[in-house]
Design a protein around this ligand. Structure first.
Ligand code: FUL
Length: 475
């Protein structure tokens, strides 16, 4: 064959392979730190302080420093529980609303240094940050701007005190992966409220700990999910308009729960929830530690709805995690691991209605590489794929992931299974995001179809899996 004829014969093939160019980013995208943070999925929240000893939720700041008296503090035990439960990071109340500091903060006279505990030499942040680093867990801090103890609270000087407080932590306890700011702004000891200087506070974090994700109602790193019961919205966009929000913003809980399609800023939702009714440990609540079933449900409705699960397990008045709580959270993780151990889509073949090119084929969703994804040609925002299993299998959860470094795109999708010669719809949902797990009626099938009904730009789907959860079933 003549050379040109040979080349001409190859042309249609080259055309069929489509483009090897990745889609352009769509709208706001996560920073590399936000992308890494999202992949942590489950983290441990620790509420610990004078309230642990007084059985209060909000101390008034007048508690004697000597109230803080853990008899057997062991932060390595907390970290061991976190590890066993599969958490990737911990966040502790370095300072809650009562103003008591778990480290010797030179900006305050209401700290561990003024307590008779360990003759004023104790330092919970030191022990915990060391234990985290030893175990390979990330370390984060909750520092409440509301301070019911500090004499300067309610005056402009307090904003400077608060910044120096942050700086002291940042200079002494290593890398912080998340800075937790709650929006509470009540009265201080002189009856005044503070006008918080958020640009100053955030600027301090950006300067001293640039990798830290700043949590608040308004982000900018991640946003509150809008409730403390443990559920993100079924629709959950990781984007919002940060300018329209501020920490403590009223009447926005539903909005925070769902985010804003096409919002100008990336601030994914974090779901903070306690394993107990309260945030601090109190013995009377031990019988109400959440069940494995409840924790699984929270996981599905947070991690499975494009959010992070920040589970609070408050240490007790000995300074240890209560054995009831640790046994429960470890049992939860074991149950979850067992459900996720078998991907029932293993060995499947997948065929899409449209593909951008070989580098973005539907098979990329099943190859286990988080940087590989199926994508359609630009402008194709309605598309489907059919997964053909090696044989009939029984499942009740579908897991989908979008390749979020290029933005969140899918705004509605459906799941179908074969019905006679056609298909039957068994689920209709909205967003996907980093991870979406859709509960299904228990279904036995050898084929399953996912139909993307609408998207902000060509979909980029990086993972598809099927699971069978024998504990939480729809039918
Ligand atoms: C809120 C606080 O008022 C609660 O005490 C708790 O710390 C919760 C996580 O955040 O803003």
């Amino acid at each position: 064959m003549k050379k040109w004829l040979y080349l001409a014969a190859l042309l249609p093939l080259a055309w069929a392979c489509g483009t090897s160019e990745a889609p352009a980013p769509c709208g706001a995208v996560p920073s590399p730190y936000q992308w890494e943070w999202q992949k942590m999925e489950t983290n441990l929240f620790l509420h610990f302080g004078p309230n642990t000893f007084t059985s209060k939720e909000w101390g008034n700041g007048q508690e004697s420093e000597d109230v803080f008296q853990p008899t057997a503090l062991d932060c390595r035990q907390w970290v061991a529980v976190a590890k066993a439960a599969g958490f990737k990071g911990v966040i502790i109340t370095a300072k809650h609303h009562d103003g008591f500091c778990l480290w010797p903060n030179p900006e305050s006279t209401h700290t561990v240094a003024q307590s008779s505990w360990r003759d004023g030499k104790g330092d919970v942040l030191r022990e915990l940050s060391d234990a985290c680093r030893e175990a390979g867990l990330k370390f984060g801090v909750y520092v409440s701007p509301w301070d019911r103890n500090h004499p300067s609270y309610g005056t402009p000087e307090y904003n400077q005190v608060f910044v120096r407080t942050l700086e002291h932590i940042y200079a002494n306890y290593g890398e912080i992966f998340e800075q937790w700011f709650d929006g509470a702004c009540g009265e201080g000891p002189n009856g005044k409220r503070q006008v918080y200087d958020w640009p100053l506070f955030n600027g301090t974090v950006f300067r001293e700990q640039p990798q830290a994700i700043i949590f608040s109602d308004a982000g900018p790193g991640c946003r509150w999910v809008g409730n403390e019961e443990g559920h993100a919205g079924r629709t959950n966009w990781s984007t919002v308009n940060v300018d329209e929000l501020f920490p403590g913003v009223p009447n926005k809980n539903d909005f925070l729960n769902e985010g804003l399609k096409g919002g100008t800023d990336w601030a994914a939702a974090e779901t903070d929830v306690s394993i107990r009714p309260g945030w601090f440990w109190r013995p009377s609540e031990t019988p109400q530690v959440k069940s494995v079933e409840k924790l699984l449900q929270i996981w599905y409705e947070s991690v499975g709805r494009n959010s992070l699960m920040l589970l609070n397990i408050p240490p007790d008045n000995r300074g240890l995690i209560d054995p009831v709580d640790s046994a429960r959270v470890i049992a939860f993780r074991e149950a979850l691991d067992q459900i996720l151990a078998t991907d029932l889509a293993a060995g499947a073949k997948v065929k899409a209605s449209a593909t951008r090119g070989r580098a973005f084929s539907a098979a990329k969703m099943l190859d286990g590489d988080e940087n590989h994804y199926w994508a359609t040609p630009d402008g194709v925002t309605e598309a489907s794929f059919v997964v053909t299993l090696p044989e009939e299998r029984t499942f009740n959860r579908v897991m989908l992931q979008e390749y979020i470094p290029l933005g969140q795109r899918v705004e509605s999708f459906c799941i179908d299974v074969p019905d006679g010669d056609g298909w039957k719809e068994i689920a209709a949902e909205t967003t996907i995001g980093y991870k979406r797990i859709v509960p299904l009626p228990t279904t036995t099938a050898s084929r399953i179809r996912v139909r993307i009904a609408s998207a902000l730009a060509c979909p980029t789907i990086s993972a598809f899996a099927l699971y069978m959860d024998p504990i939480l079933t729809l039918n």
